[in-house]
Design a protein around this ligand. Structure first.
Ligand SMILES: Cc1cc2nc3c(=O)[nH]c(=O)nc-3n(C[C@H](O)[C@H](O)[C@H](O)COP(=O)(O)OP(=O)(O)OC[C@H]3O[C@@H](n4cnc5c(N)ncnc54)[C@H](O)[C@@H]3O)c2cc1C
Length: 395
């Protein structure tokens, strides 16, 4: 097997395949440990997917959220139970690759895959003038996936854009965010700003649609200013795309499967992608093993499994996103006043409730779901049309 890309999707797929005794080669274009622009927020459902502990990598555990709406109306909500943990991606990704290597996977770094050729029973992977043959290829090569482009597996994927920075702050400010994440919403029609605490600094970032990319930097600095943190040192500042799947489409071409960001598997509500990378990497490995071990005669069950277990859930986030985008001020105020909404937010983060269950939670009012979504979609459209960059400057 060849795995292209050593992010969470590729490393976990390699871990499972190598663990079952298959010969696995991971080809990675960068040298590890490498920086990946990412908030490093890891939910409990992502942790549950890991077959080993990552305790030494945990930089902080989040119990509270500080919410603001357009930098104002601040309030903090607490949870008894931890909601998520924060990790640094360079250490986390290196750790996962090491685990795959312990199971017997080979890892070649600094090798950029440049193309593929199909033969009767193999895929030839071309990289840096070399050729590697595999029975199956898992394209886990991220948002700009060459694998997905080559095999036209990049349909129905839209891109958002995020800025991620690592910021050194004074000790008292670090203490202020010790087990607390920060969220600002409502400034853009879509998107939000966040703070995630790490052991000795903060990760601060903003995300939004590509169309608003030129305003993101301004939003970032306004957000940073609004945190009133005194002297800060920005140690890294990167812009990077985030893929969102907007519909069903092919995820496999014969012996080539795509997983993680390469398959556009990021939550359109929150931007969470590590969970979906781990989940799809694991499913890809399991489908290949089932086929080779004769449990299934159908190598194409990957699409079906991924649609059932991942894509359908991601797509059911869109109606909720419409509702949120149509009335962020209202949602912000309800989040402060209604414990039920806060508990729902916590349950989503903890993976205890799925987006697809929200409609059912309306109980006898579920007949109002469709009109509500219709109204929200129209309101969101009007908000988008009215959005002017000057509003951002006035915020
Ligand atoms: C600003 C920002 C903040 C985010 N914050 C969070 C967060 O807090 N929590 C969360 O869950 N998700 C977050 N995400 C999403 C998350 O980072 C991704 O969803 C996740 O990294 C996807 O993992 P992956 O393994 O699919 O791809 P990646 O982690 O992108 O790994 C792909 C790997 O493939 C390699 N590669 C690419 N092309 C080639 C090639 N041709 N040959 C060989 N190797 C190649 C790359 O070098 C890379 O190492 C964030 C994303 C952004 C942009």
């Amino acid at each position: 097997m060849i795995v292209v890309g050593a992010g969470p999707a590729g490393a976990i797929a390699a871990y499972h395949l190598a663990g079952r005794g298959y010969q696995v080669l991971i080809l990675e274009k960068d040298y590890f440990p490498r920086h990946k622009p990412c908030g490093g927020g890891l939910t409990y459902r992502a942790l549950d997917l890991l077959p080993f502990s990552i305790d030494p990598l945990i930089e902080s555990s989040i119990h509270s959220f500080r919410f603001t709406h357009r930098f104002k109306k601040e309030f903090i909500r607490h949870s008894e139970q931890p909601l998520m943990v924060c990790i640094m991606r360079d250490r986390f990704d290196q750790f996962l690759v090491d685990k795959a290597r312990e199971k017997g996977a080979d890892f070649m770094e600094g090798i950029k895959v440049s193309g593929f050729t199909e033969t009767f029973d193999k895929v030839l992977v071309h990289a840096e003038g070399q050729e590697f043959a595999a029975s199956f290829v898992i394209g886990a090569d991220g948002v700009n996936s060459l694998t997905a482009k080559t095999y036209l597996l990049n349909q129905n994927i839209r891109k958002g854009i995020g800025i991620e920075s690592e910021v050194r702050v004074q000790e008292d400010q670090l203490e202020r965010f010790r087990s607390m994440a920060g969220l600002d919403w409502g400034t853009f029609v879509e998107g939000y700003a966040w703070v995630f605490p790490k052991a000795d600094h903060l990760s601060i970032g903003v995300g939004g649609p590509v169309g608003l990319a030129r305003h993101l930097k301004h939003y970032y600095f306004r957000f940073l200013e609004s945190l009133h943190m005194g002297d800060v040192e920005i140690i890294s500042f990167r812009t990077f795309p985030i893929p969102y799947r907007t519909g069903y489409s092919r995820l496999q071409a014969s012996r080539v499967l795509v997983a993680g960001d390469a398959a556009g598997l990021t939550d359109p509500m929150t931007g969470e992608g590590i969970y979906y990378a781990l989940k799809s990497g694991k499913i890809a490995a399991s489908v290949i093993m089932d086929y080779l071990e004769g449990t299934t005669t159908h190598p194409y069950s990957y699409r079906q499994r991924l649609e059932d277990e991942v894509v359908s859930e991601l797509l059911s986030a869109f109606p909720l996103l419409r509702i949120f985008n149509s009335a962020p001020a209202l949602i912000h105020s309800l989040m402060r006043k209604k414990s039920r909404l806060w508990r729902g937010f916590c349950k989503v983060l903890r993976g205890e409730v799925r987006y697809s269950q929200f409609k059912d939670k309306m109980g006898r009012y579920s007949f109002l779901w469709k009109p509500l979504i219709g109204l929200a979609t129209m309101t969101e459209l009007v908000r988008k049309m009215n959005f002017k960059a000057k509003k951002l400057k006035k915020a």
